[in-house]
Design a protein around this ligand. Structure first.
Ligand code: TXA
Ligand code: MG
Length: 311
């Protein structure tokens, strides 16, 4: 394939129209995008990621109007879309027009995950392409999500016909996923739209556990570097790399998530520092305790999965 020009938006749109995968910047993490309506384009994305076919993809839309064609938004969904789109919130809804997001993209479910990403280049591409685009994180399945264009091309670039460099991702962890189906709203994946922010719009959220089967991707070990991950470590042991949170000695193998204990900064750096720590081939990656409030819930969720504590 010819080299990718990371500024060529026309080439990205043309590749989507031809049914070929494209590296797409978003505010959360980089995605590997394809035309949601085209089963062979979607199959190419599953193939590139090595992703199990039972794990459905998110349909990315330019705006709420495109969202209403893809899924059925009830009053709760409309309030959330109004409050948080474009932004890091994915809604799982009863499917709208099933041809817009093909069966393979939905893993055969009668529900669909929809989000409008808060990144100007993603919105421009979606608006000009004119239809929904699936975009799972651009990592190979099970690996940490890419938060820079370089990390995305290292993971799945060989499968992409085009790609856009939108700079480092501002959020750094994947979107919050909320199911709005029969019954109360359920938080399926914590993210940058925090539980507290959702509850301010919706009222109290139910726990996701009873409906865990509704988000098949949650059953997998995920976000994992090569080295084992040791959580809630107040200091590194010999041979370990260390992800610090708060003041720490500067030393080789010590990587700072946030010296000032800022959860936004830590989320934005999380996956890049897991990769950097992994590159030093440590015996393990030890990670400092992170408070479980606000964005900390999403960070701890990713860290538990990286450590192999599934569920
Ligand atoms: O921030 C993000 O959401 C990124 C960027 C690129 O937009 N994308 C992303 O996609 O994280 P992915 O495919 O890595 O994660 C999608 C998650 C998975 O856990 C999947 O199981 C869940 O959404 N999901 C998708 N469709 C679903 C559905 N119909 N019901 C329940 N869960 C669903
Ligand atoms: Mg992913």
């Amino acid at each position: 394939m010819p080299p990718i020009d990371p500024t060529d938006i026309d080439a990205a749109i043309a590749a989507l129209a031809q049914g070929r995968p494209v590296i797409l910047p978003t505010e959360t993490v980089y995605g590997l995008a394809a035309n949601a309506a085209d089963p062979s384009a979607v199959a190419a994305v599953f193939e590139a990621k090595g992703r199990p076919r039972f794990n459905p993809l998110i349909a990315h839309v330019a705006d709420a109007e495109m969202g209403r064609a893809v899924g059925q938004l009830d009053a709760r969904a409309e309030r959330l879309a109004q409050a948080f789109w474009p932004g890091p919130l994915t809604l799982v809804l009863p499917v709208g027009d099933p041809a817009l997001v093909c069966d393979l993209a939905r893993a055969g479910l009668d529900t669909v995950a929809v989000r409008s990403p808060g990144h100007p280049l993603a919105l421009e591409i979606l608006g000009r392409f004119g239809g929904p685009v699936v975009a799972p994180s651009a990592n190979r399945s099970g690996r940490p999500s890419p938060t820079t264009f370089q990390d995305a091309t290292d993971e799945t670039g060989e499968f992409a016909a085009a790609g856009i460099d939108g700079g480092p991702c501002a959020v750094g962890v994947e979107s919050t996923v909320v199911a709005l189906l029969d019954g109360p709203p359920r938080l399926l994946r914590p993210g940058a739209v925090t539980r507290e922010a959702l509850e301010a719009v919706l009222g109290p959220l139910a726990a996701a556990d009873a409906h865990a089967h509704r988000s098949p991707g949650r059953l997998l070990r995920h976000y994992a570097p090569n080295a084992p991950v040791r959580l809630r470590a107040t200091e590194p042991r010999a041979g370990e790399a260390y992800l610090a949170f708060g003041p720490a000695l500067e030393a080789p193998g010590v990587f700072q998530l946030s010296a000032s204990k800022d959860l936004r900064e830590a989320a934005a750096k999380l996956f890049a520092l897991l990769r950097a720590a992994d590159a030093t081939a440590p015996s393990a990656i030890a990670v400092a305790p992170i408070p479980d409030e606000g964005l900390g819930e999403a960070i701890n969720d990713r860290l538990r999965r990286a450590a192999g504590h599934v569920g």
